[in-house]
Design a protein around this ligand. Sequence first.
Ligand code: PHE
Length: 330
Amino acid sequence: MAGGTENLEALEAEAHEAIAAAGSVQALREVRARFLGRKGSIAALLRGIGALQPDERGPVGQAVNAAKERVEALAQQREAAIVGEQQARSVAEHRLDVTLPGAAPPVGGLHPVTVVECEMIDFFTGLGFSIEDGPEVETEYNCFDALNIAPDHPSRDLHDTFFVEGGHVLRTHTSPVQIRAMTGRTPPFRFIAPGRVYRHDHDATHAPMFHQIEGFMVDRDVTMAHLKGVLHAFARRLFGDDVRVRFRGHFFPFTEPSAEIDFWWNDRWLEWGGCGMIHPQVLRNCGIDPEQWQGFAFGMGIDRTAMDRFGIPNIHLMLDGDVRVLEQVR
Ligand code: PHE
């Protein structure tokens, strides 16, 4: 029987090795079938017991059964280990760290023109100015005649003005809101009028549509000094306390005297807008007696102001609505 036991030892060692080498539940199942199954090698040994000497049958049978149990126990251990490894791997693969910050959805922001416009409105409403509105399709009268702009004035030229049928134009400036606001009102009053204006212009610094803000104030003793004070405070609000402003004598048909206002920013003078004392004829056109009332008015580009403020070199970069540009201006 010595040979039988040796066989058993070799077989058990082989089974242990095969079990240790099994890398998956499937492979282990095959190993099990090979050694422990009904047609497996251990079963074959058990079947062979009948052919042994009667006195050998007992000890050999016990030895085979003991070996079978050890192999079975080992296979179970191995299976538990394989399943455990698989679970650990799966947990590692699907790990979710709930403390990580979430992916933020992209959010919109205000357009630079809107940012600057809101600041301008905020500044002037703080000074007691109210907002007055007017249509973008305006009468030629409000846009030009009432503002003392003679019929042959170059600003009425086809090169500047978009004409609409029926004596209307796309307003070339926000100044016609002066006429709308003052007509039928008795001073004192102060208004601002931000909005879109249109000119027949298209190059790096001009777009056919852009934005202006108009401001005007009428009272008994309003002077140019008030105008300068207000515009200087306005510039400081937008560009900081160190900003300098300068007034250059100029001509506008609807103000007298008139000036252009510049401000010093990034080491150079930048043109900002026009201003002056409201022309007596404009007051008269609105039914206001210029002997009793005076006022100042000013108008400047909002887009230009935003470009200077945010360092945008080309007006089309700002107005074309390219989010790659706009995202940089926050
Ligand atoms: N309307 C003028 C322009 O568009 C600006 C301006 C407004 C000038 C008010 C004086 C007073 O250029």
